[in-house]
Design a protein around this ligand. Structure first.
Ligand code: ATP
Ligand code: MG
Length: 586
């Protein structure tokens, strides 16, 4: 489907790259060396309640990257325990995103595949005296929980008999009780300094259809319980997640230890019966810091809100920080992998400057994207000393540093489009481009002198007329004659009209979601984040496949729009400018 540099087939782990040395890989190396694990197993566990964003790229590159580097395997697991927020469309998009980033999963799983195991494990906890059915309302549970400085109070239902608990839990499962009337809670410690251990809920009642299991379940497991057990079922050795789960680790370990799946294979029988291979092991959770980038919002909830409020044109709007949006903007999979490598893995929270994201894309495309010429704000230039109807083809290299990319033919004729702002009647200081009576080099074609400026009645410039120095043409003796500036151009008779979408950052402040000022990210939108121009591109650019990236000389990196571009009606998105204007200004 796609062609050229946006292709994602490149292997994520560059064999020639030096081995990555972060603390997680260090742990994995040690665990393999000591024989603690024979093979490494990881998973990427998104909740299908929204589209993936650039932060997820970090987790994906880590989870799948480690498995690939150490010859292990990585599952894609949908943590689908929250049916009211989840959707099959998100599932498909997430699969698409992971593949696009250059990864593939060993197995595709869902937390919902394990609902039966989770249920049986909960009965086991009840029988062990580790869980009880609680009749407190959500509000009462909050009141009983205590605070960071005060211990909580035991639920009055905490000492129910095992028989009563089993009976009530089975009736919860049978759908006898209304939503919110009961929960199954772990019996841990209401005085614990860690709030997550104050008898957390394991199951809640929700009479709600699930995208995978339909109406089979009126109760759904809570995230912490389901996540830990999901890891255990799949034999995940290293369960990698972001730092906000650090406080949940004691609960994670509690669930894994008390259920002890590996020691109770009978719990897993329902899975083998359904043909789901089971490994069952004791996983270890390891936390790393989230990817944060300034000038962005990076949470599914906020990105959802931008779409819902109509502030962007959908999930894959090229200004969005979803993977779908970035892809459409022209971000390549390899540039995102490069970003993740550059940012590294640690436990240190930090905010990455937006220029690091753009820099990764520039470096990736500089090395790979073919060069083309395009004019975005066209001004006609007539070369009066060429005969009417003059036409020739010039041969241009596709890439200045990569001969393997070959050459292309660029038509040249008497009438050209040049960039309006490459001409100045009254030039500012240091100007190197065209002025009345001045000379400039037309990239690869020769040197032109501007003889005449044609204006309309309102005084606006509508056309330039000039003379092409015949001695400066390619191959002629004067071809290398020095002039100050070089500008790009396209032949007016041959160029193809194109829609050029000029995107910029969506937000004008570094922390758009900092609400301490009483403002919200809606107050910080960049009014100029999207402009559209009608320009002209050389024929070899018009013929691009969707998602093909180019450097339009002197303008930036552009990509043929994934959905709207055709050779007859080209549409290009500006992915990134050649230089970082934001940092230069501030
Ligand atoms: P959000 O907060 O945007 O809703 P999430 O963490 O709820 O994201 P999940 O679907 O639960 O999204 O995330 C799947 C995995 O991606 C988790 O392991 C999570 O730790 C990781 N992840 C999410 N955001 C980031 C980020 N900014 N940087 C690195 N990893 C992330
Ligand atoms: Mg989440």
């Amino acid at each position: 489907m796609s062609a050229g540099p946006t292709e994602s087939a490149a292997p994520p782990a560059d064999a020639a790259a030096p081995a990555r040395q972060d603390f997680i890989r260090q742990i994995v190396r040690e665990d393999l060396a000591s024989g603690k694990h024979a093979a490494v197993r990881t998973r990427f566990p998104p909740e299908p309640n929204g589209y993936l964003h650039i932060g997820h790229a970090k987790a994906i590159c880590l989870d799948f990257g480690i498995a690939a580097e150490f010859g292990g395997h990585c599952n894609l697991r949908f943590d689908d325990t929250n049916p009211e927020k989840e959707d099959l469309a998100f599932v498909r998009a997430i699969e698409d995103d992971v593949r696009w980033l250059g990864f593939d999963w060993a197995e595709l799983r869902h937390a919902s595949d394990y609902f039966e195991v989770y249920y049986l494990a909960a009965e086991k906890l009840i029988r062990q005296g580790d869980a009880f059915v609680c009749d407190l309302t959500a509000e009462q549970i909050r009141a009983y929980r205590g605070t960071l400085t005060e211990p909580g109070r035991d639920s009055p239902f905490r000492d129910r008999s095992i028989e009563e608990n089993l009976d009530l839990f089975r009736r919860m499962r049978a759908g006898e009780f209304a939503d919110g009337t009961r929960t199954l809670r772990a019996k841990i410690d209401m005085a614990s300094g860690n709030m997550n251990l104050r008898d957390p809920a394991l199951y809640r009642i929700k009479h709600l259809a699930h995208q995978n299991t339909g109406d089979a379940w009126p109760i759904y497991p809570m995230y912490d319980y389901a996540h830990a057990l999901g890891d255990a079922v799949e034999g995940i050795t290293h369960s990698l997640c972001t730092l906000e789960f650090e406080d949940h680790r004691p609960l994670y370990d509690w669930v894994v230890d008390r259920v002890d799946l590996a020691g109770h294979p009978e719990l897993l029988a329902s899975l083998s019966a359904r043909g789901l291979p089971v490994v069952a092991a004791k996983p270890r959770q390891i936390e790393f810091s989230r990817l944060n980038i300034n000038y962005t919002v990076m949470s599914k909830r906020k990105l959802t809100q931008l779409v819902a409020d109509g502030l962007v044109d959908g999930w894959d709007d090229p200004r969005m920080y979803t993977l779908q949006g970035l892809r459409r903007r022209g971000y390549t999979a390899s540039s995102l992998r490069l970003l993740v490598d550059r940012v590294g893995i640690s436990k240190q929270n930090s905010v990455i400057d937006f220029s690091v994201l753009e820099g990764a894309l520039r470096d990736d495309l500089d090395a790979r994207a073919p060069r083309r010429m395009a004019v975005i704000e066209p001004l006609k230039l007539v070369l009066t000393n060429l005969p009417e109807g003059h036409a020739e083809t010039l041969t241009f290299p596709n890439h200045p540093k990569d001969e393997a990319q070959g050459t292309r033919e660029v038509p040249f004729s008497r009438q050209l489009w040049i960039e309006r702002d490459d001409f100045a009647e009254v030039p500012p200081k240091g100007w190197k481009r065209l002025i009345p009576g001045g000379e400039v080099r037309l990239r690869g074609a020769g040197i032109v002198r501007c003889d005449e400026v044609i204006k309309d009645d309102s005084g606006a410039i509508v056309e330039l007329r000039g003379t092409l120095d015949p001695e400066s043409r390619p191959g002629m003796e004067g071809a290398n004659r020095k002039v100050k500036g070089t500008i790009h151009w396209v032949s007016a008779a041959h160029a193809v009209e194109a829609q050029v979408r000029l995107y910029d950052r969506l937000f004008v402040v570094e922390k758009p979601d900092d609400e301490s000022t009483g403002k919200t990210y809606r107050d910080h939108l960049n009014p100029d984040s999207k402009r559209s121009a009608t320009g002209f591109v050389e024929p070899a650019a018009a013929q691009a496949a969707p998602e093909q990236a180019f450097q339009f000389e002197r303008l930036g990196y552009f990509v043929a729009d994934r959905y709207d571009h055709t050779a007859a009606a080209p549409v290009f998105n500006r992915s990134v400018t050649l230089r970082d204007a934001w940092t230069a200004w501030s």
